[in-house]
Structures are given as structure tokens and as C-alpha cells.
Design a binder for this molecule. Structure first.
Ligand SMILES: Cc1cc2nc3c(=O)[nH]c(=O)nc-3n(C[C@H](O)[C@H](O)[C@H](O)COP(=O)(O)OP(=O)(O)OC[C@H]3O[C@@H](n4cnc5c(N)ncnc54)[C@H](O)[C@@H]3O)c2cc1C
Length: 399
């Protein structure tokens, strides 16, 4: 039986955190527990940036340093190197959002290409990623998903989006770098699913390099996975499944209600958990055809994966299985998995402070819910602080 306590080791989880960093994390997670404070802070941040008030230093010293690796990939190097020394890999995510012009999409694609090349060169960075709406207008993904006919101009625009995706996937294939596409809102996701399926067909013939994201708060995802698997078997390609629960639940439910269609989201958290665990088990039971990237902060699902791996006698560092958490969150899972020898990887966002604010505000909002892992996060951070107080004689962490 898997030791169900490995995530409780706070000493290894927070080894790289200085006392000051530990205090900052405790302060931030405590503040984020107050949803009214987060709401007010979110509005104030947006307004201050709009009015060009000098709040960037404040953001940088607090929430930015907690959740981002730096402004440039160079800034992230000390962080990724330190983590790699602990057997924890990285994914660099240039988290700039909300761009709208073709020039901006081209330049975002160039940036992603350079990060694929960076992943090739660096041992620490094991995956590259992109967000579909980061390289093409949301509305064009939406129109294609909803099969709304395109004008000639839009047809050309869609061609360019497809070309950008193909350029990234073909480069990843050429350099043998694993690349995944993020999952987004259901009403634009069908076009992304179709395109990523095409990319798997083209580039996942021998090994899995291209991954698509399955958001398991969607009740249709196990069927989607089975269908993709079946096509892969019939047509001779392998499946890359990045599995997460999903980050757009409120938006999804609100839209479904407004437009009067059944919500694509599971009816409860428990139903999402069951769905996530079923998708996870399906992947781990078909590793000959499927590689899985498990993006979760949920301990029960993580322990389930470890148990299935043990039952199947798989090696801990089986290259078809990756565990991932966001930088600044759930270190107790990432570092303890890495310490035991599993493939663990942190998603490290970076970018100019002002441009990563939408990402940071999502993290703050996500962390207001004590139903998730946040309460646990805070209690482990406090436990580590206590542990250090009682263990003054030895220095296990940076000062
Ligand atoms: C490495 C990584 C990559 C990610 N990439 C993406 C991505 O590409 N796209 C994306 O959308 N998200 C992504 N996420 C975020 C992810 O989808 C979750 O929002 C987040 O990880 C919290 O879920 P959890 O499994 O960690 O933990 P938990 O705290 O156990 O689960 C919280 C999640 O459960 C679901 N949930 C909560 N309440 C309910 C309810 N009442 N009914 C139904 N479901 C409910 C929601 O999805 C919520 O986010 C990523 C996360 C990680 C760690």
C-alpha cells in the first residue's frame, strides 16, 4: 500500500523557502481566505493599473513573487535550477494574456517557439505549452467551434491560426520536446480539440509529444477520451492527455443558464472528483497508447495515481506519467513527489508584472475557496513555521 503520508513532509516541501518567504506565503494565503478582501483587491488592482498608478512594485513584492518565476526567462533560471536540484522539473509559461491583434499573435507564437527551443536546451524544463486564445482571437475559435460560417477574411485568419499551431507542434516534434495546449471555455474548445487531435495524428506516431487538455469538470470528457483513444488505435497515433479539473466553472454555468442550455459542468464537486479519477484511471490503464500529465493540487487524486502505479508495478519515473502543480501552490505535493523519484513538474509563469495580472488575479480568486486545497496549504505552511521554531539548531532551509 502507498504511504498516504508522503505529502505531510513540510520540511522537504518548503526546503527552498527562506523564513521571510514562508511568512509572506502565510500572509498571502491568509489574506486570500477572505473573499471580500480578494474582490476589493481585484477591483483596486485593475483600477490602479488602468489609471497608471505606481502599484507594480507592490504587486511584484507580494503576489507576483509568490506565483511567478520572474519577468523574463533569464529571471526564472535560479528558480528552475534550484527546483531541479530537488528533482523538480519546470514548464515556463509566458503568461501574457488579453492580446488581440495578428501582430501580437505572431509575436506570441515566436515567444512560444523560443520556449520550445529553450526546453530542448535545458534539462530543467521538460515541457512547453501554449494557450489557444494566446495565438488566435477567441471569437475565431468560437465561430469554428460553433460551425458558424466564416467570411473570406475570417477564413484566412483561421488558416493563420491553424498554421501557428502546426508550426509549434512540428517544431516540438522535430526537437522531441513535449508540448501541450491549455484547455479553455467549452464554446471555443471544440475547434481546439479538433486541431489538437489532428496534431496528435501527425506528430504522435511513435511517441507522445503533443498533449491536449481535458477539463474533467466537464461530464463528457471520459467519452471524449475513449473516442480519441479508439481513433488513435485505428489510425496509428498515440494520445497525450493533460488532465485537470477545470478553471472556468462559474463562467460556464452562468453562460449555460443565460442561454438556456444544459450546463457542460458536472453537477457537484463530488461528481467532478469521480470524473477526474475515472479519466485518470483510464489513462493509467492504457499507458501503451496514452501518456498522462496530471495537473492537480488534489491529494486524493494524486494518491490514487500513486496507488495505481504501484499496483501495476510501474517504475516511479515512468516517462508516460507526469504530475504537475502551479508555482507557489501545493509545494507539499510537488517536492515530496520529486523527492520520492516521481516525474514532477512545476508550471512557472513569467512575464511583465502588468501583463500577468489576469493570471495572478485568477490565482487569488481560486485561493479564496477553502473547499479546495487552500486551507490545507495554509495549515502546512503554519506547521512548517512551527517546526522551524522548534528546530533552531539545524538549518535545513535558506535564510
Ligand atoms: C499544472 C496545471 C495546469 C492547469 N491547466 C489548466 C488548463 O489548461 N485549463 C483549465 O481550465 N484549468 C487548468 N488548471 C487549473 C485546474 O483546472 C483547477 O482549476 C485547479 O487545479 C484546481 O483543481 P484541483 O484538481 O487542483 O483541486 P480541487 O481543489 O480538488 O478542485 C477544485 C476544482 O473542482 C471543480 N469544482 C469545484 N466546485 C465544483 C462544483 N460545485 N461542481 C463541479 N465542479 C466543481 C473545479 O474545477 C475547481 O477548480 C491547471 C492546473 C494545474 C495544476
Amino acid at each position: 500500500m502507498i504511504n498516504k503520508k508522503i505529502f505531510n513532509n513540510t520540511k522537504s516541501a518548503f526546503k527552498l523557502k527562506s523564513n521571510t518567504e514562508l511568512d509572506r506565503a502565510i500572509f498571502l494565503f491568509s489574506m486570500m481566505n477572505y473573499s471580500s478582501l480578494v474582490k476589493a483587491g481585484t477591483a483596486l488592482t485593475k483600477l490602479s493599473l488602468k489609471l497608471h498608478l505606481p502599484v507594480e512594485t507592490l504587486i511584484k513584492k507580494t503576489i507576483f513573487e509568490q506565483f511567478c518565476g520572474g519577468v523574463t526567462e533569464e529571471d526564472c533560471k535560479p528558480v528552475t535550477r534550484e527546483m531541479y536540484d530537488e528533482n523538480l522539473h519546470s514548464i515556463l509559461d509566458y503568461s501574457v494574456e488579453g492580446k488581440k491583434t495578428e501582430e501580437e499573435f505572431d509575436s506570441a507564437m515566436e515567444k512560444k517557439l523560443s520556449l520550445i527551443e529553450y526546453a530542448k536546451k535545458s534539462d530543467e524544463v521538460t515541457f512547453a505549452m501554449f494557450k489557444p486564445t494566446g495565438i488566435g482571437r477567441f471569437e475565431i475559435w468560437e465561430k469554428v467551434s460553433e460551425k458558424i460560417s466564416l467570411t473570406d477574411e475570417e477564413k484566412e485568419e483561421w488558416e493563420r491560426v491553424q498554421k501557428r499551431v502546426d508550426t509549434l507542434c512540428s517544431r516540438a516534434h522535430e526537437l522531441k520536446v513535449r508540448l501541450y495546449a491549455d484547455g479553455e471555455e467549452t464554446w471555443m474548445q471544440t475547434a481546439a480539440d479538433d486541431l489538437m487531435e489532428e496534431m496528435m495524428r501527425k506528430y504522435n506516431k511513435e511517441e507522445v509529444l503533443i498533449f491536449n487538455t481535458l477539463q474533467c469538470y466537464r461530464w463528457d470528457r471520459l467519452d471524449y477520451l475513449k473516442d480519441l483513444h479508439k481513433k488513435g488505435k485505428e489510425e496509428g497515433f498515440k494520445v497525450g492527455a493533460k488532465i485537470v479539473r477545470g478553471a472556468y466553472m462559474e463562467k460556464e454555468n452562468a453562460r449555460a443558464k443565460k442561454l438556456g442550455y444544459p450546463s457542460p459542468i458536472c453537477e457537484s464537486k463530488e461528481a467532478t472528483d469521480v470524473n477526474f479519477n475515472s479519466v485518470l484511471s483510464y489513462c493509467l490503464n492504457h499507458l501503451e497508447d496514452i501518456s498522462v500529465f496530471i495537473g492537480t493540487h488534489n491529494e486524493v487524486s494524486s494518491y490514487l495515481a500513486l496507488q495505481i502505479m504501484e499496483d501495476k508495478g510501474l517504475s516511479l519515473d515512468d516517462k508516460r506519467i507526469w504530475f504537475s502543480q502551479l508555482y507557489g501552490m501545493s509545494d507539499h505535493i510537488s517536492y515530496n513527489l520529486a523527492r520520492k523519484g516521481y516525474n514532477a513538474v512545476k508550471l512557472v509563469p513569467f512575464g511583465p508584472v502588468r501583463d500577468v495580472v489576469p493570471y495572478l488575479l485568477r490565482r487569488a480568486q481560486e485561493n479564496t475557496s477553502v473547499k479546495g486545497q487552500t486551507g490545507r496549504e495554509l495549515s502546512l505552511l503554519r506547521e512548517e513555521k512551527k517546526r522551524r521554531k522548534g528546530d533552531k539548531s539545524t538549518k535545513h532551509h535558506r535564510e
